[in-house]
Design a protein around this ligand. Structure first.
Ligand SMILES: Cc1cc2nc3c(=O)[nH]c(=O)nc-3n(C[C@H](O)[C@H](O)[C@H](O)COP(=O)(O)O)c2cc1C
Length: 199
């Protein structure tokens, strides 16, 4: 598989679950999919989640402010409490997932220069930092043999209460982590020409 590259892997679907110790970056990218059905028999340790967050920390943050925070539900009772705040669709999607993480960013950090917004996006840059951090996280997760689903559909007020998230943080995505029970299809993507202008 390593020889055919990312484009080849995507073209052929790359639906097998690759070995975790031998995946190239392209294999990780090609085999990562949003997984909405998890094996309830397989658990993930806190130590493993720490490894994934260590990689997420390496994502580049605005002015190295590092505003992103992770709240990890790993105790089954807490996982269930978080699941119930995801709406019926995402509750179904996360059945069997042993870990749910909530991502936040501290307000007033990214997007600011000496206390004032650096440009028109202002605090929205915090969500950019969170997205980059999450991208590093889900790719590292795939490298370690795990599957993930990023969820924007969630009850942020409920999550604040259940996880004691302070008001100076903005809640962004919830991410489930677990093991796929089947190989999801790759949704169609635009081409480079569809989304790019060269000058
Ligand atoms: C910011 C964001 C929010 C998302 N929210 C949800 C969600 O609430 N529920 C869900 O099932 N998928 C959600 N997704 C997953 C996308 O639907 C998925 O990434 C997309 O369809 C492409 O599929 P793939 O991840 O398998 O390539 C979200 C993805 C992102 C990046």
């Amino acid at each position: 598989m390593a020889a055919i590259g990312l484009a080849g892997m995507l073209a052929t679907g790359c639906n097998d679950t690759p070995k975790t110790d031998s995946m190239s970056f392209d294999e990780i990218v090609a085999s990562r999919r949003s997984v909405r059905q998890y094996d309830p028999e397989k658990k993930i340790s806190e130590a493993e989640i720490r490894t994934l967050i260590e990689t997420a920390i390496e994502a580049p943050p605005w002015a190295n402010n590092q505003p992103v925070r992770y709240y990890v539900a790993i105790d089954p009772e807490k996982v269930q409490q978080v699941r119930e705040l995801l709406g019926s669709g995402n509750m179904r999607n996360t059945a069997g997932a042993p870990v749910l993480l909530v991502t936040t960013f501290k307000k007033g950090g990214s997007g600011f220069f000496r206390g004032t917004p650096a440009n028109e996006l202002g605090d929205e840059w915090g969500a950019y930092d969170a997205g980059l951090s999450n991208a590093f996280f889900i790719l590292k997760a795939r490298e370690r043999g795990y599957d993930t689903l990023i969820m924007g559909m969630r009850d942020s007020d409920g999550l604040r209460k259940v996880l004691n998230i302070p008001n100076d943080e903005e809640v962004t995505a919830v991410i489930s982590v677990g093991y796929r029970v089947n190989d999801p299809n790759r949704p169609a993507r635009k081409s480079v020409d569809d989304i790019t202008v060269f000058f």
